[in-house]
Design a protein around this ligand. Sequence first.
Ligand code: ZN
Ligand code: ZN
Length: 620
Amino acid sequence: MTTLLLPPANQIPLETKARTLSLLERCSDIKEVEQIHAQMIKKGLVLDTIPISRLLSLCVMSNSGSLSYARAIFDRIRRPNIFMWNTMIKGYSNSKHPEESIVIYQMLHNSTPINAYTFPFLLKACTNLSALEETRQIHGHIIKYGLGDEVYAANSLLHVYAKYGRISSARRLFDRIQSRDTVSWNSMINGYAKSGEIKIAHELFSQMPARNVISWTSIISGYVGCGLFKEALSLFHEMQVAEIKPDNVALVSALSACAQLGALDQGRWVRSYIDKNRIQVDQILGCSLVDMYSKCGDVEEALSVFTKITKRGVSVWTAMITGFAIHGRGREALEFFKDMEKEGIKPNHITFTGVLTACSYAGLVEEGKCLFKNMERVYDISPSIEHYGCMVDLLGRAGLLKEAEEMIKRMPMKPNAAVWGALLGACRIHGNYELGRKVGKILIEMDADHGGRYVHLASVFSAAGKWDEAVMVRRLMKDRGVSKLPGCSLIDLNGSVHEFLAGDQSHPQAEEIYRAWDQIVERLRQEGYIAETESLLLDLEEEEKESAIHQHSEKLAIAFGLISSKPGSTIRVVKNLRVCKDCHSVTKLISKVYSREIVVRDRTRFHLFKDGCCSCRDYW
Ligand code: ZN
Ligand code: ZN
């Protein structure tokens, strides 16, 4: 590229320049760009600022890897103007080498005056590089150049600080910006929400002068991230009232809230919204829908969504397989796993967690062992601690306690509380006192603040008739000031979620519910029901011993469901802990006596009660 023999730029006829510009305008690939560039060199147009700037941004913007071509052009420009510098910074900020943006900026810094447009892409490069120190230095430059008040530059800085959790730096900057716009507010809300300060995020959200869809989405996903699902859903409804159309991120957040709450009616509402507005169901949205339906207990509907998704990636398959798993439909999970492979989709580590869980809950021991063996050999996925946990659970549930223990010993990593917990659960189911005692002691030392661990160990002791030891564990728990997570059940009726705690009196219809429960018990007694109060006193279950067995949260929720829904309709309850023995037998009986299907999701899986039986086959 020699420029020695070219005519000076001011002698080039105007129409030649205009023609070249319009050719550049219509350029569609790098080949054409190269041709025009060659002509530009011939005609001396490379010395003219406008066509060369245009050429440069075209190379940078086209996504056919022509950034290096742009760089070659740029390096030959004797005195690039600020527009050209900014173009190069922008080009690299989104490339595989964002650090080049900073290199270019350093060169620029020493030669040409900077403007406000230099910083947004430079800061974007810093975001992509997680370069906080550089960000701070650039912040200094922005102030030095007197651009601190430029909302464009300030917003970019805010975004980086908020994204990397430097919330106090972000806030200081935010408070100083004179002309804050929606983007500034959104960055702050996002930053607070992501760092768990949801209250402050909400305060800002209510104060901001104009909210757009990103503001709503940020606050809704913030609530979901903090586990405040009811609040997230009510904000989602407020968003409808405000006539803001939710984007896919908001829809995914709302669906995830429904899934956690088991709020099927509201989940259905989101689905119909998607259908009505002809919103394209992509991988992420499809995955959320499948997940929502299966976690709300409607695995058939999950399946129908699944079959309608045209291009199914591994995440959608995994969601469906996991759905079958938590419903105890292990065979189908395995079948889908095979179908997925037939379609040429490679399983990932989450798929394996799903399919191993499926084997565990359905008692498919051989299948599970075989999959686990093949993980590394065939699929090139080294088992993580979750997968070992699944295997310990699988072997333990099946009564292969020795093998489960061996598995823990063979693990290449240090077993965590979840892995030991799986073994302890198995000891309890199979009444292995010796091993249970050993494992339980390891657990309460390892997870000393987790009330459930003490209760488990105590129940292993009491099941073996070792009352003294059971009492000792209880006392230890009390002395250490460990409290247990209170039992809580949710029921979704006519589009609103009702929440019950054990012994709860706070529901507006509490009196009616307790009266209904007494009648239910009366009727069950006629059918031969005897409350397993003995097991409650001795086999200290997960719910507090003090709260009477008849006030367990799922019983209140089911009673409420029975009096508040149409006869014959399905009752769906979500419980935060494991279902106790008595609640399990009572629910079986209710399903028969009242001819109702009752779906209960407990901490880990689903129970479908129908005609006096449960889908878990009393194996949970
Ligand atoms: Zn119970
Ligand atoms: Zn069950």
